[in-house]
Design a protein around this ligand. Sequence first.
Ligand code: ZN
Length: 163
Amino acid sequence: MSYSVRATSGKVVSIHYTLTSSAGEVIDSSGDDPLDYLHGGSNIIPGLERQIEGRIVGDKFQAVVPPEEGYGPRYDDAERALPRAAFPQGALIEPGSEFTAETDDGEMIALHIVRVEGEKVFVDTNHPLAGETLTFDVEVVGVRDATDEESAHGHAHGGGCCH
Ligand code: ZN
């Protein structure tokens, strides 16, 4: 009798993945070391987590994730001008630089700089992958129980993360 542990809430899942844009461009991949994440912990985008649900080690599949389950829709009016002083001391202020910022509601959002005009820094509050349909080629390479510490922290340890 064989027994396979499935990727469900509370498991630490290791995956190799390659992320491709709708234009066929490779955007990201796990590289040499797999990505470990806590399933059910909102560590990865919802559409990918949903399609990994119930998988076992050795499963290889393609997950196509629409924007609404990925990085959200792209908003046309998402450009904002911020003063240079709003950025951390010594930060590289140039087009393409990315920052995270906390909104008044305490929500963390990603910003990236689109252009700089003197003391004014124009940022786009769209995630760079907003509006994109994302294709992940995924291989599940590990599924194990999370440790108590990982469950308490809400993320997987090991693989360079986080302490
Ligand atoms: Zn931790």
